[in-house]
Design a protein around this ligand. Structure first.
Ligand SMILES: Cc1ncc(COP(=O)(O)O)c(C=O)c1O
Length: 406
């Protein structure tokens, strides 16, 4: 492979083949031995009492909403900039997302804006550890305790990220992880719901499997106790996840080392705002997200468009970077229309409080959406420090000649 060529994520080895083929050689392809083992191994790795392996992170988030006993018309606080399903999982349960602007530095929900967003209908907070940068969980948990709210951590991008040295997904009442293609544990698609609370586990389990309550190893009851979905993952997928989980600590160490190389090499680059981790934040560097200082560049008025031109120049220099979401959530169509599944539901539900989303109320989310670009694969194993150096070289070249960009 020529120098500079980026190796794809994730690396597939003999161990992945061994575990997946062993699953196929078995006779339980639905919920089988690999599912059971992945649940135990993932819970042990993250420090949770219980885990349920799911077919997506979104499923695990929805299970969290149901597990916390939320009901129609209840409101859930969620950052104004995150993956769409951090918010749509709330609507799957007839509840309403209420957006909180982000802190531009941390890229996460601004904890100092949480209290102002709480209404008498608020029942939960979904702190999202976006791009693997951990939220201030002391502030979130203190507010939740004071205002009697549940906390469902969205750790879909944040496996191994820490706050005060403790892994995310262990602070809230429950948490959701994703195992999709880009995640630091990849099983193709997949995820996990985790909790320490046996009651939450039981409620999540009903949503997970058609509203039944039995353990999958027991005989079917053919009885529905609550509204359920079908969120389980196939055994072969769990086998793939187990093989990747075995490599997780090594892969996280490699991401951390590569991110440090990038940070050192890009430190004094003009007009570039680097992601910054302050004590006690322990990011996993899922997505090394850069922002261009559009104010200093004189491009605040056309930041999104100018950012796309910078990214084009970066890609031309061999930098494997791309823009993530260009919309904040309150700017997305479903929230503008306030209509998820017809007749304005869930916003028009008689149990819902009537309110509008003021799109001007989330300036930091919009600024981030317009100013950023991100990188995942170039700092992931098997790409090493040399790749990080080459990436930094390309970025410096473009930023030092930014005046040449039309
Ligand atoms: C922050 C965040 N939340 C939730 C999800 C949903 O995960 P999944 O794609 O596994 O449903 C993702 C990933 O897509 C994500 O990045």
């Amino acid at each position: 492979m020529p120098e500079g060529e980026i190796k794809p994520w994730p690396e597939i080895t003999a161990r992945d083949r061994e575990l997946v083929l062993a699953s196929l050689a078995g006779d339980r392809h639905s919920f089988g031995p690999s599912n059971q083992k992945l649940q135990e191994e993932f819970a042990a790795w993250n420090g949770n009492k219980h885990a349920l392996v799911t077919n997506s992170g979104t499923a695990a988030l929805h299970m969290g909403i149901a597990a916390c006993g939320l009901s129609c018309g209840d409101e859930v606080l969620v950052p104004a900039y995150t993956w769409s399903s951090s918010a749509t999982c709330i609507m799957h349960h007839n509840c309403l997302p209420v957006f909180v602007d982000i802190d531009f530095r941390t890229m996460n929900m601004d904890p100092d804006r949480i209290e102002a967003a709480i209404s008498p209908k608020t029942k939960a907070i979904i702190p999202v550890h976006l791009h693997g940068l951990p939220m201030d969980m002391d502030k979130v948990m203190a507010i939740a305790k004071k205002r009697h709210l549940h906390v469902i951590e969205d750790c879909c991008q944040a496996h191994g990220a820490t706050w005060k040295g403790k892994k995310v997904g262990t602070f809230g009442h429950c948490a959701a992880f994703s195992f999709n293609q880009n995640k630091v544990v990849c099983s193709g698609e997949g995820g996990a719901f985790v909790t320490d609370d046996a009651d939450l586990l039981e409620r999540a389990q009903k949503v997970w499997y058609f509203g039944e309550t039995h353990d999958p190893s027991q005989k079917e009851e053919y009885h529905v106790y609550a509204l359920g979905w079908m969120y389980r993952a196939p055994d072969a997928v769990a086998a793939f996840g187990r093989a990747q989980l075995e490599m997780l600590d090594r892969n996280l160490a490699s991401m951390k080392a590569n991110a440090a190389v990038l940070a050192a090499a890009l430190k004094a680059t003009p007009h570039l705002l680097l992601p910054e981790a302050r004590e006690p934040e322990g990011p996993n560097w899922y997505n090394y997200t850069l922002r261009f200082d559009m104010k200093a560049l004189g491009h605040e008025h056309d930041a999104g468009a100018f950012r796309h031109r910078i990214v084009k120049a970066l890609v031309a220099e061999g930098v494997d970077t791309s823009v993530w979401q260009v919309f904040s959530l309150p700017d997305m169509t479903v929230f503008r229309a306030r209509n998820a599944y017809g007749h304005g539901c869930p916003w028009s539900c008689p149990h819902s409080r009537q309110f509008e989303y003021d799109r001007e109320a989330y300036p930091m989310a919009r600024r981030h959406a317009d100013w950023h670009t991100g990188m995942t694969t170039p700092i992931r194993h098997p790409n090493g420090p040399r790749q990080a150096e080459l990436t930094a070289k390309g970025i410096r070249k473009v930023m030092e000649h930014i005046g040449d960009i039309p």
